[in-house]
Design a protein around this ligand. Structure first.
Ligand SMILES: Nc1ncnc2c1ncn2[C@@H]1O[C@H](COP(=O)(O)OP(=O)(O)OP(=O)(O)O)[C@@H](O)[C@H]1O
Ligand SMILES: [Mg+2]
Length: 364
């Protein structure tokens, strides 16, 4: 029996369970708490920052992968020292853990990015702002998610507390027409496959809707987006699924926002929208199994996130749209919390979006 260990018990681990079972893979999860989203496969509950906890969990697995990017370097090093394959490896994962390292490495690879700088002091921040039109984006290099750790500022004083704990990434405020994401999967032995580029819509810094493929994408855009993701995956030796968040600018350039080295919210739409969904592909990739086709199953597919609560007692209301697929993360309801998503597919994009939004609204 092939055994896959997943560190972290969130919804990404949860959505790996079904595909792993289908592939005949024994999946085990190290969850942070009892009753986690991935509880169906949680064989251990413990602190992923603790070397002994993680090594005990990893006993007997064929590979380790992740639900999130926060596993510290010493834990990754201890796994590697035991000879346990870790995907993505620490040498790649560092670029998803630290946005400053990511910018430095992508610059070395010659990939397109916003104007950016490392700011060590308030003077650095103010200089960057005045060189870039009076307003700029400041980001904490580590630990940000869902827009936390991202601020549009016009003076260093607005991020004083960040500067006290280390350098800050400064970026030009990109005048984008829309946000895109390019997803690829890559095996340790080198096979790499990209899905068609998707359009993502963020509300308040949080992903809310995704359309596969990105509307009005000409063949140049499709090629450029896939090429960028493949160059990142190969350039920094990513194994598993990689999501490259990108901006399309008013002058029709594609520039990289950030990287995620795991299945990503922008790829949930592939679960039904593609022949091979991102969770199945991730399980295949990290176990170095042949990758599946990334062809779309329909002309259009859309995904809408559900926030707050996704109570099963409301499924009856959602049944007016039986084509819409429900994904419930089994999480305790909390205001603003991502608790599930819905997807649907078809040949009329307006209809696809209307149906998916109608069902997501049932849970609001
Ligand atoms: N340089 C920029 N110019 C304009 N908007 C930006 C810029 N950087 C980020 N944003 C906006 O803020 C959102 C969140 O930024 P980013 O993806 O870096 O943060 P995050 O908290 O790591 O996000 P995630 O939700 O993907 O974890 C982006 O999706 C985009 O809408
Ligand atoms: Mg992001």
């Amino acid at each position: 029996m092939t055994v896959l260990g997943v560190i972290g018990g969130g919804q990404l681990a949860r959505m790996m369970i079904g595909p792993a079972v289908e592939l005949g893979v024994d999946i085990r999860v190290l969850a942070e708490v009892e009753g986690s989203s991935a509880r169906a496969a949680a064989t251990a509950v413990g602190d992923y920052r603790d070397v002994d906890t993680v090594l005990a969990f990893a006993e007997g697995v064929d590979a380790i992968t992740f639900d999130h990017e926060h596993v510290p370097a010493p834990v990754l090093a201890a796994l590697a020292q035991r000879g346990i394959p870790v995907h993505p490896g620490a040498h790649a994962l560092q670029f998803a853990q630290d946005k400053l390292l990511m910018r430095e490495r992508l610059a070395e690879l010659g990939l397109p990015m916003p104007v950016w700088a490392r700011a060590e002091s308030a003077a650095d921040v103010d200089a960057f702002i005045s060189e870039n039109g009076g307003r700029a984006v400041a980001k904490t290099p580590r630990g940000g998610y869902d827009g936390k750790g991202v601020r549009v500022i016009s003076a260093a004083s607005e991020i004083q507390e960040w500067l006290e704990s280390g350098p800050v990434l400064m970026e030009e405020l990109v005048d984008f027409t829309r946000e895109l994401a390019s997803l690829v999967a890559r095996r340790p032995s080198g096979e790499v496959r990209a899905w068609p580029v998707v359009e993502t819509v963020q509300k308040g810094g949080v992903c809310s809707e995704v359309v596969l493929p990105a509307p009005h994408a000409n063949s140049r855009l499709i090629e450029v987006a896939a090429d960028i993701a493949v160059r990142v995956a190969e350039g920094i030796d990513v194994t598993g699924v990689l999501a490259v968040e990108m901006f399309e600018t008013v002058d029709e350039r594609i520039i990289i926002n950030e990287l995620a080295m795991r299945p990503h919210n922008s790829g949930h739409v592939t679960m039904e929208g593609s022949v091979t969904g991102q969770f199945e592909q991730h399980v295949r990739a990290v176990l170095d199994l042949p990758l599946g086709s990334t062809e779309s199953r329909a002309e259009w597919s859309a995904m809408i996130n559900v926030f707050g609560a996704m109570d099963v007692s409301r499924y009856e209301f959602a049944a007016k749209h039986p084509d819409v697929k429900l994904h419930n993360y089994g999480k305790e309801p909390r205001l603003g919390r991502k608790v599930g998503h819905v997807t649907t597919s078809g040949s009329d994009l307006a209809q696809v979006l209307a149906d998916a939004r109608a069902v997501a609204a049932v849970f609001e």
